[in-house]
Design a protein around this ligand. Structure first.
Ligand SMILES: [Fe+2]
Ligand SMILES: [Fe+2]
Length: 110
C-alpha cells in the first residue's frame, strides 16, 4: 500500500491539485481563488498539464470567471510535483484581476 507520504516515482494518472490563493489587487480589492483543477492531461513531451475554470469568491459585490491551463509538472522533491499558473479573470465591474503562483503538491515526480 502506498500512503500519502511515500515517494511516488513517475506519473500518477488522473491526479488533481488544489490551490488556495488570492488574486492581485484591482479596483482596490482582491478575491480569494479556491480551486481544484481537472485530472492530469498528458502532453507530447511526457509531462502533463491541468485545465481549470470557475469563479473567484464573491467579494466587493461581484465575482469574476476564469478559465486557464497550467504549465508542465515541476518536481519539488519527495515524489511530488506542482504546476505554475498565470492568468487573468474576466472583466466584471469594470476591472479584472491577475492570478499567478503554484498549486498544492500532488503525488508523482513528473
Ligand atoms: Fe499535476
Ligand atoms: Fe474584482
Amino acid at each position: 500500500m502506498v500512503s500519502k507520504d511515500d515517494f511516488v516515482p513517475g506519473f500518477v494518472p488522473k491526479h488533481t491539485h488544489g490551490s488556495v490563493d488570492y488574486t492581485g489587487i484591482a479596483d482596490g480589492h482582491v478575491h480569494q481563488c479556491l480551486d481544484v483543477v481537472s485530472p492530469a492531461i498528458p502532453t507530447q513531451d511526457g509531462s502533463h498539464v491541468h485545465h481549470t475554470e470557475g469563479y473567484v469568491v464573491f467579494e466587493d459585490g461581484h465575482t469574476h470567471f476564469y478559465r486557464a491551463t497550467s504549465g508542465p509538472a515541476i518536481p519539488v522533491g519527495n515524489g511530488m510535483h506542482v504546476h505554475y499558473y498565470d492568468f487573468y479573470t474576466t472583466i466584471d465591474d469594470g476591472h479584472r484581476h491577475r492570478v499567478h503562483g503554484v498549486d498544492q503538491p500532488a503525488p508523482g515526480n513528473e
